[in-house]
Design a protein around this ligand. Structure first.
Ligand code: ATP
Ligand code: MN
Ligand code: MN
Length: 380
């Protein structure tokens, strides 16, 4: 699932902020956004730009944000982040639908083609980021920023590790209240995937021929072994020797252990340590390791159940992200507000944690709740 950064949504309630006469609060699904007074009413359609949207300076609609433009990835623009305005949490930017004729036109076309009802349904699953030239802001300090020629595309047989935010899941507490979820701490490192393909796997043909000079560890085991960041397959013998990703894979002897296990799987976890994500997690200098959070079964093309993934981590001698417990969702939280309060809390090393991730134990459904105070502190 790709994050839908720019969407058309219906404004929920609009309420005043005590002591403020120029701004008020609008809700969109589980989000609250501070907006100009009288700009929105409950039930209006609006275009919502989620946090992490990078709005291009070249679009004159963003001129009002000019003072806060930054340079990112070679362009000027505004990075949408969480803020507290007049004591009120504000996340995202809301534009009246009429200010975005590009989107209005798409809606009109859709309605002409499919009728109003079906158009509304289609609309709810669309993102307009490309239409409006909005990119997803992310830190560019990782391995993905450099060494481009030494990286390859993420193999197509691996599922990306994204999680949806609870604010975008209206109805989730009702729908899943009786389902059991595994609750884990969300660690703020870098997504890392390590895969092994058995010698007889049909997926082998999706990978380029192995080059023993550039992939010495992989060439030393049968089958196929690889290490990936969130978006790319990292070549081991690159200038950076695969950086911390490969160093951690080697330190845990994963090529040998996964070959021995002899199952076509991709283990997914968070690479954490002192040089990752500004070390908000507070690890000792020089420490880096992999914290497993899920296992993708490549043959079945589905995730293993969380319990099985925990067992596999133990079997491979790997760390697992902290497991808070297994409970009915109804016993964990019954509203966005409650789960956001719960997301506040301490991480592995006693620092403020990024949040929590909830995975349904017998299904493919999962989501995250990010601590608002963490967002305010670390600026995402
Ligand atoms: P971004 O801000 O770029 O969206 P993110 O880390 O918040 O990055 P999400 O898709 O929002 O990315 O959240 C899923 C990511 O969270 C995974 O890719 C993984 O790297 C990370 N993660 C950390 N801890 C866990 C955990 N316990 N369970 C699942 N994912 C986790
Ligand atoms: Mn992350
Ligand atoms: Mn994030």
């Amino acid at each position: 699932m790709n994050r839908k950064l720019v969407t058309v949504r219906t404004v929920g309630e609009v309420r005043p902020i005590v002591g403020a006469d120029r701004v008020e609060v609008a809700t969109v699904d589980g989000w609250t956004v501070v907006v100009k007074v009288k700009e929105f009413s409950a039930g209006d359609l609006a275009v919502f730009f989620e946090i992490d949207s990078f709005l291009p300076a070249a679009d004159s609609r963003w001129k009002f944000l000019e003072d806060a433009f930054i340079q990112w990835n070679g362009h000027a623009g505004y990075r949408v982040k969480s803020a507290k305005i007049r004591g009120q949490m504000s996340q995202g930017i809301l534009l009246p639908l009429n200010d975005v004729p590009e989107v209005v036109k798409i809606i009109v076309d859709l309605e002409g083609k499919h009728g109003k009802k079906e158009a509304a349904e289609l609309l709810s699953s669309m993102s307009f980021a490309d239409t409006l030239n909005v990119k997803k802001w992310e830190r560019l300090d990782g391995i993905e920023g450099g060494n481009g020629k030494l990286l390859r595309a993420l193999p197509s047989f691996i599922s990306r590790t994204d999680q949806e935010r609870v604010q975008n899941l209206p109805g989730v507490f009702k729908k899943y209240q009786d389902e059991v979820f595994q609750e884990t701490t969300k660690m703020d490192g870098s997504s890392m995937t390590v895969y092994y393909l058995r010698e007889d796997s049909v997926m082998l043909e999706l990978l380029p021929q192995i080059n023993p000079e550039r992939e010495p560890t992989a060439a030393s085991v049968g089958g196929r072994f690889g290490v990936c960041s969130r978006n790319v397959n990292i070549v081991e013998a690159s200038e950076s020797k695969g950086g911390n990703f490969w160093a951690v894979a080697r330190k845990n002897d994963l090529a040998r252990k996964m070959a021995e296990l002899n199952r076509s799987i991709a283990i997914q976890g968070e690479l954490c340590g002192s040089s990752i994500q500004a070390n908000f997690e507070g690890f000792p200098v020089g420490f880096h390791d992999f914290f497993l959070f899920s296992v993708w079964d490549i043959e079945k093309q589905k995730y293993m159940q969380p319990k099985e993934a925990e067992e596999l981590a133990a079997q491979l001698g790997l760390k697992h992200v902290p497991v808070i417990g297994y409970r009915r969702l109804g016993n964990i939280a019954t509203s966005v507000k409650e789960i956001l309060a719960r997301a506040e809390g301490k991480g592995l090393n006693g620092r403020k944690r990024e949040g929590i991730v909830l995975k349904q134990v017998d299904g493919d459904f999962s989501f995250k709740a990010i601590s608002n105070s963490y967002l305010l502190k670390h600026g995402e």
